[in-house]
Ligand binder design. Structure first.
Ligand code: FAD
Length: 457
């Protein structure tokens, strides 16, 4: 195994951008219907409902009012939970993608809710602005990413939804609604993480920051040392995360800090090769954990550090090519690293089939009613399995560890929690459910998953 390949694998395991699994075509004046929606990892069955791409708000309202069956908004289909499948229409907001009014002093902008983050970033950079933080990828839409509380990493950096200052939507009742500093401001924390259950967002006003460059460092260290130092690394770096490579006793650390240094050239991404070589090691050696560990350690030792400077959005997110399924829970800071270690021990004892790195990040507190981070900063621990592999054990063996330690699941990632579980985790869950009923009295935006979640019959 080439050292560089292992390094690349850890740096951006399974990378590739923008696999949009919807065969949508150009929109016509009337909503265009095409079939065949799939989520990114193809873990969900393809629903019967067609994809509809409304051209404007009038078409969107007509769709909500006239479609038989449930209507669900979709972003770029990068969630694993059953938030989107429905029997009426899957609504894709491709035509709501513009950069609108900008307040340069406040560094806020109204942005099309259906725009991909990766398409917004260059346009914002032209105006001297940038998102404060991003997750591992940026192919999600603005509405899709905020609606599930998508996060990056950084002890002082909240999830994307916390940056929402205002939004415009068509409610489940088919009516226009604005929530902003001027209108319905008390509802902002309810709507920031909305699961697409209150209305279909058309524009979102985001708090941004000045365009900036980041210095990215990547280094390997013994796993136990990283566990001991992780909180200091979070305190000392704007963005810090680490990935544990199972069966290696080694973690890869990644930090980003603001800089004004000159841009540097980035190495070619070899992560696809790398992740498949990790798979090969798993295939050949899963019954020989000692040998697997030795080979991994040899491959990693002495791997070169990465030390690069570039635009924030170009460094924070990367593409993911190899499809996987993922469970991620957000844990109280006091429990996060212990939860990771318990998961590591369990997988290394019982699940030789796992080869994707585990990811460990931190996110700052916010106040959105359904934000997993609304009661304090949390440490997020994610476990991935190769898409063709069995992942049922995540529910039976890994989820209980996260739950016992006070974890809240990522709204878009694998979990088996129902309404009662969420009610116990979120003090404002019933308030959200009540608001949902007020804004969507006929349940136009419900699908079976949301009906169960909110006990909506
Ligand atoms: C490879 C990969 C990497 C990932 N990395 C990260 C990461 O680093 N951090 C992280 O937190 N998550 C991550 N995720 C999860 C992902 O960010 C979330 O699941 C996100 O919600 C996906 O956004 P999307 O645009 O694909 O939305 P979808 O998955 O299509 O939809 C998500 C939710 O948004 C709603 N929605 C979509 N559009 C609208 C609208 N216009 N109005 C109202 N509601 C709407 C949908 O109804 C649904 O409830 C990753 C997922 C993948 C597959």
């Amino acid at each position: 195994m080439k050292r560089r390949t292992v390094l690349a694998t850890l740096g951006a395991f399974g990378v590739m951008g923008g696999s949009l699994n919807m065969r949508a075509q150009a929109a016509t004046k009337d909503s265009l219907k095409v079939a065949g929606w799939q989520n990114w990892s193809r873990s969900l069955p393809t629903p019967k409902a067609p994809i509809v791409v409304p051209e404007d708000k009038a078409a969107l309202k007509a769709l909500i009012n006239k479609t038989e069956g449930g209507v669900r908004p979709v972003g770029s289909g990068h969630s694993w939970t059953d938030l989107v499948p429905c029997d009426g229409a899957i609504v894709q907001l491709d035509n709501f993608n513009a950069i609108g009014a900008i307040d340069a002093d406040a560094q806020t902008a109204w942005l099309g809710a259906g725009a991909r983050l990766k398409d917004l970033s260059p346009g914002l950079a032209d105006k001297g602005l940038a998102f404060r933080n991003l997750g591992d990828i940026d192919v999600q839409t603005l509405a899709g990413s905020t609606s599930t509380a998508t996060h990056g990493t950084g002890a002082t950096l909240p999830c994307l939804a916390a940056e929402i200052k205002g939004l415009r939507m068509v409610t489940g009742a088919g009516e226009d609604m604005e929530i902003s500093a001027e209108k319905n401001s008390d509802l902002l924390p309810a709507a920031q993480v909305g699961l697409g259950a209150l209305g279909i967002l058309t524009e979102i006003q985001m708090q941004l920051v000045a365009r900036h460059k980041l210095h990215r460092r990547v280094w390997f260290a013994p796993y136990q040392d990283v566990l001991s130092n992780a909180e200091a690394y979070w305190a000392d770096n704007r963005n810090f995360e680490f990935m544990y490579l199972p069966f290696s006793d080694t973690a890869m650390c990644i930090s980003h800090n603001i800089t004004e240094a000159e841009d540097t050239r980035r190495e070619k991404d070899e992560s696809d090769d790398g992740v498949m070589q990790l798979k090969a090691l798993r295939d050949w050696l899963s019954w020989f954990p000692y040998l697997r560990k030795k080979l991994l350690a040899a491959a990693i030792s002495g791997a070169p550090e990465e030390d690069v400077v570039g635009e924030s959005w170009q460094l924070l997110s990367s593409a993911r090519n190899v499809h996987f399924n993922e469970m991620e829970f957000h844990l109280p800071v006091s429990e996060g690293l212990a939860a990771l270690d318990e998961v590591r021990a369990h997988i290394e004892r019982h699940r030789g089939d796992v080869f994707f790195p585990f990811e460990c990040r931190m996110t700052a507190q916010d106040s959105a009613w359904l934000s997993p981070f609304n009661d304090g900063p949390r440490i997020s621990v994610a476990v991935h399995t190769h898409a063709p592999d069995d992942y049922a054990f995540l529910f039976t063996e890994i989820e209980p560890i996260f739950r016992r330690r006070g974890g809240r699941p990522h709204w878009g990632k694998l979990n088996r929690l129902g309404g009662d579980d969420m009610r116990a985790l979120y003090p404002q869950f019933d308030g959200f459910a009540k608001l949902r009923t007020e804004l969507d009295p006929k349940g136009r935006l419900l699908n079976p998953y949301l009906r169960d979640l909110f006990g909506a019959g």
